[in-house]
Design a protein around this ligand. Structure first.
Ligand code: SF4
Length: 391
């Protein structure tokens, strides 16, 4: 241990005690990446041993037309602008059928805040998918989209009603996007117009009450401070405590820390986080979020190489095979089309190899972390849903 400030934190981690916000800040400020990794690895092994999860999924970004213009976003277009698109329900069903015939267990569906599509577009989409490919899990709509759907269906204060209708139409769980960084100053500067943390947490709270599992994210490495990052962790931890203490039937399953990519955004002048920052954030997520079962490294944004190393830094989930991810166009990630761009995909064998090479045991999961047995494109779930938020 090269940083003596980490000693009391290490004592707490080995004693299984909760870390304070101050501890989190000390970890983020420390340059002793190996000790931080070792502590996160200790917790990871206690919870999951060598098990490392992946899934077979497909992303569908139904439209990039968005009423907002977030500074960090390179995805959105205005209606009529070059490159703007919106998929019909029929096109979305075609994507879903292709995904199902390729063996996907999950559809991850998100899009811009389309100013003109009616609420029925979203429920029709869910029903049509459910009918066409009943076995596939639909994880869809970030909290930001849910608030938008509440507005366009003229019931801005009835998040529970909106979520119930979506659930009845086929929604299976919520992804974790749109959280950005839970700080009003940062929000108003970089994500103006987007919902703030209180609303984001309200959506997830209502989803948890309805028995929907959800995920969380943090977009870091732009204009936020280290204190803001720790505040974000503490707010998520509190929200999860609330779900657990109140016996809600849903809860947060995982956090996916997302490094900010400045290229192509209005914040292009910023450097973005380094590989070491990324590893540290994954490890500190594991250490601070003691009531979250999983820490996910989203390989599309972290790269497969960092993801492989991250398995020793607290990560137990590397997400999925991911086909056609439109939100962040990166170069250098694994890409079946031979370059960067939007066709970002790795096969199951490559994901498994990534995990095995790092000394871990690959386990395919479905969206709610049940084990999956697979024979080519055929699969079946072989485990019941976890009864508790923590492992
Ligand atoms: S981040 Fe989301 S809400 Fe903001 S402009 Fe992009 S698509 Fe729209």
């Amino acid at each position: 241990m090269s940083d003596p400030n980490l000693k009391p934190i290490a004592d707490k981690v080995y004693a299984g005690e909760r870390l304070s916000a101050e501890d989190g800040l000390t970890l983020l400020r420390s340059r002793d990446i190996w000790t931080i990794g070792e502590l996160a690895n200790h917790v990871r092994h206690k919870l999951h041993g060598k098990t490392t999860y992946y899934n077979v999924n497909r992303h569908i970004n139904y439209s990039n037309i968005c009423a907002l213009s977030c500074k960090f976003c390179e995805f959105y277009r205005k209606k009529g602008q070059d490159g703007a698109y919106e998929d019909s329900v029929e096109q979305i069903v075609e994507h879903a059928q292709k995904a199902a015939s390729g063996g996907a267990t999950e559809l991850h569906i998100v899009g811009g805040l389309h100013p003109f599509l009616p609420f029925s577009y979203y429920t029709d989409m869910l029903r049509a998918i459910r009918e066409a490919v009943p076995a596939i899990h639909i994880k869809a709509f970030t909290a930001v989209e849910i608030v938008h759907l509440a507005r366009i269906s003229k019931r801005p204060n009835d998040l529970a009603g909106v979520l119930s209708e979506l659930k009845a139409a086929g929604l299976g769980s919520l992804p974790g996007g749109g959280a950005e960084v839970f700080d009003d100053r940062v929000h108003d500067e970089a994500f103006k117009g987007k919902i703030r943390s209180d609303k984001w947490l309200d959506v997830h709270r209502e989803a948890h009450k309805l028995g929907l599992m959800t995920n969380a994210t943090m977009l870091y490495g732009h204009i936020e401070s280290l204190e803001d990052r720790i505040h974000h962790f503490c707010m998520l931890r509190e929200a999860q405590d609330e779900a657990i203490e109140n016996g809600y039937e849903g809860w947060f399953q995982t956090i996916i820390p997302l490094p900010f990519f400045p290229d192509g955004s209005e914040l292009e002048h910023l450097p973005g986080p380094s590989g070491l920052d990324n590893l540290k954030m994954l490890a500190v997520s594991r250490l601070m979020l003691d009531n979250f079962a999983h820490i996910k490294s989203f390989w599309i944004m972290q790269t497969l190489e960092i993801t492989q190393v991250s398995l020793d830094f607290g990560v137990d989930d590397i997400d999925g095979t991911v086909v056609w991810y439109d939100i962040t166009k990166l170069n250098g990630t694994a890409d079946a089309s031979g370059g960067g761009g939007t066709h970002q995909e790795v096969g199951v064998n490559e994901l498994r190899k990534t995990i095995i090479e790092a000394g871990y045991d690959p386990v395919e999961r479905d969206t709610i972390y049940r084990r999956v047995e697979r024979d080519g494109a055929d699969w079946r779930v072989v485990e019941a849903r976890s009864e508790t938020a923590t492992v």
